[in-house]
Write a protein that binds this ligand. Structure first.
Ligand code: ATP
Length: 349
């Protein structure tokens, strides 16, 4: 595989994206409501939020697989429509959560990793001989830390972490300019998560890839992403440098995400549970959106204005941006549980 440089990476821009899924004949569910984000060329950006917040829908829109109602997606300055169906896989690849179901159990690893090269030979104009394809696969397997013999084996002969390495090899074989990781480590044990995150970080830096890293776990994404975008019910709640968002969250929802992240140490986990209870959070439930803040029904700091006026994203007191009327009024945030690296369970990083 040729060593890509940052110049080969592509900037991803998503502007005012709206996605509506049809439900029945006349209704629709708005899964993404005016999301804008930017992954600068060669950088890693984390998209975080709880289940159902719209993260995968943003990824699908970037991959051209979601019913986009409004907004723009562009990769390397070219809009998705202009990239076309055949150009997109060459530019953008994805690594999914489940390394068990995403690999065909009846095909060898060599066949699976080569598959995108065969499928896109015509569109890329790069017709490679069988020997050249095999050589590329061997080089790619080595890059993700697997021996050349892995090419002749089947998925069942590999562990979860190894299978995720194989998925990463397949995603990178076409030398894409942008890689989307959708909950790519969520199904793995904590120690294996750390190994795969390290690998992704190494590849991202070596190859100068642009990376959109999607997860519900703030403690995971904090290690890999330079910037974070926090999503709730299809809207951006907070953005900013990852370290700042994680250590000094300025939106009550981001604070909830931080205290919801699991900790491997039981004592710290207990302290965290007590703090979560002290936040006196109302039970999670969906309330009608209307003109209110989407988080108002779960927010311990909500006032009347939050229930009648939707907050827009604006400059936040400590930097970055936040969509909260009360950002200046929140009590100071000190979470010493997230300040030491061993608190996150990702000490190997
Ligand atoms: N094909 C679909 N048809 C209708 N509604 C959908 C469809 N796919 C997703 N949704 C809805 O859109 C919203 C956003 O879903 P999405 O999968 O993007 O969220 P997510 O943050 O990725 O969550 P998860 O991690 O659980 O997948 C949810 O309310 C979900 O129920």
């Amino acid at each position: 595989m040729k060593g890509a440089t940052t110049a080969d990476a592509a900037e991803l821009t998503v502007s005012d994206l709206v996605v509506d899924y049809p439900i029945g004949r006349r209704k629709h569910r708005r899964a993404v409501d005016g999301v804008s984000l930017r992954v600068p060329a060669g950088r890693a950006v984390g998209l975080v939020g709880e289940s159902g917040s719209g993260k995968s829908t943003v990824a699908k829109a970037v991959l051209g697989m979601a019913p986009v109602s409004a907004g723009q997606v562009a990769c390397g300055g070219t809009s998705l429509g202009d990239l076309g169906r055949s150009g997109r896989p060459q530019q953008i690849q994805v690594v999914f959560q489940d390394p068990y179901s995403s690999l065909d159990p009846t095909k060898t690893i060599g066949y699976t990793v080569q598959e995108p090269l065969r499928a896109h030979a015509d569109s890329t104009g790069a017709r490679l001989s069988a020997a050249e394809r095999e050589e590329r696969v061997r080089a790619m397997l080595a890059k993700v830390g697997l021996p050349a013999e892995a090419a002749d084996r089947y998925p069942a002969q590999f562990s979860g972490g190894q299978r995720q390495r194989i998925s990463i090899a397949r995603a990178l074989i076409l030398e894409p300019r942008l890689v989307i990781c959708d909950e790519a480590v969520s199904a793995l044990d904590l120690s294996i998560q750390a190994q795969i995150l390290n690998l992704l970080l190494e590849l991202q830096q070596d190859l100068g890839l642009s990376l959109l890293f999607i997860t519900h776990d703030l403690s995971v994404v904090n290690h890999i992403a330079e910037d974070l975008v926090v999503l709730f019910r299809g809207r951006v709640m907070e953005t900013g440098p990852a370290e700042r968002v994680y250590r000094q969250p300025q939106h009550p929802y981001t604070r909830q995400l931080v205290v919801s992240a699991p900790l491997p140490d039981l004592g710290r986990q207990r302290t965290r549970r007590e703090r979560r209870e002290a936040l006196a959070l109302p039970p999670a439930r969906q309330a009608p959106l209307g003109e209110s803040c989407p988080f108002a029904h779960r927010c311990p700091f909500a006032v009347d204005r939050c229930r009648t006026e939707r907050p827009v994203l604006r400059d936040a007191p400590l930097g970055g941006q936040v969509a909260c009327h009360r950002a200046e009024d929140l009590p100071p945030w000190t979470d010493d549980l997230t300040t030491s690296p061993e608190a996150t369970g990702s000490t190997a990083l």
